[in-house]
Design a protein around this ligand. Structure first.
Ligand SMILES: Nc1ncnc2c1ncn2[C@@H]1O[C@H](COP(=O)(O)OP(=O)(O)OP(=O)(O)O)[C@@H](O)[C@H]1O
Length: 232
């Protein structure tokens, strides 16, 4: 499995006349772990959704696959599920594999068994989605992103709401995904995680402000903040 590279040219998002992401161009190499960071409301999730094909955009988004076209795994930002929804974690996972409604016709899928093992979610499968804790929800969302054996993962704050042990487990899974050749694009706020694991970092604030190694951007942002503090 080799992950694709991603080329964005003049990609921007405008909703009802409001510019959420000003057009930006970016080349992200395959098989690497690319971080996206920036202030709240800066347009990171909007950009990731555009890359995932879930948001209208201008410009061109191109995935260059090393061989045959592979799969894309998308993990959305953590949000609550309706507790009254009669859907278990297992139903939800199955929905990601089967185009048919799961209650009409479910064909066994060996990928499901593998991902349940990989993300350690066996004990959660019969629980209703709305009753899961935030850390448990994240593991189900990660399982859904992984279940179709993607070559590229698009992750919107995969560690949000997860405790220390859970974070370590998720990071381990993502490291293994990269070691197998997969490409990762991950929104994350934690500098320690970005600096320890990401090969590149894109700083998004209404558009692309910086793109470099995480350490270089950390230094730039810090000196900018110190400069602002001295100036005030
Ligand atoms: N569909 C939409 N229609 C109108 N405005 C939107 C829409 N989606 C997002 N926005 C607005 O666009 C801005 C960017 O939102 P986005 O969620 O992309 O930011 P973000 O950088 O991911 O923020 P955070 O770090 O808080 O998750 C916000 O001001 C948000 O309210």
């Amino acid at each position: 499995m080799m992950g694709p590279s991603l080329h964005l040219s003049n990609v921007g998002v405008t909703v009802k006349g409001q510019v959420l992401v000003t057009p930006l161009s970016l080349q992200l190499e395959g098989g690497l772990w690319h971080g996206i960071a920036g202030p709240n409301g800066g347009g990171k999730s909007t950009l990731l959704k555009a890359i995932a094909g879930l948001h209208n955009h201008v410009g061109e988004i191109a995935l260059h696959w090393p061989s045959d076209r592979g799969q894309i795994g998308y993990m959305p930002q953590l949000s609550p599920f309706d507790a009254s929804l009669p859907v278990t974690a297992l139903d939800f996972l199955r929905m990601h594999c089967d185009k048919q409604p799961v209650w009409r016709r479910y064909r066994g899928n060996p990928n499901i068994e593998q991902v349940i093992e990989r993300v350690s979610i066996k004990g959660l499968l019969s629980k209703r989605l709305g009753t899961l804790s935030s850390g448990e929800r994240q593991r189900i969302l990660l399982a859904c992103a992984l279940v179709n054996k993607p070559n590229i993962l698009l992750l919107d704050e995969p560690l949000a709401g997860v405790d220390k042990a859970g974070r370590e487990q998720i990071i381990e899974i993502l490291c293994a995904f990269k070691a197998e050749g997969g490409s990762l694009i991950m929104i994350e706020h934690d500098w320690q995680i970005l600096q320890a694991h990401c090969d590149t970092l894109s700083w998004i604030d209404g558009g692309l402000q910086h793109h470099d190694a995480p350490d270089a951007i950390f230094t730039k942002i810090n000196s900018l903040h110190l400069g602002l503090r001295h100036a005030s």
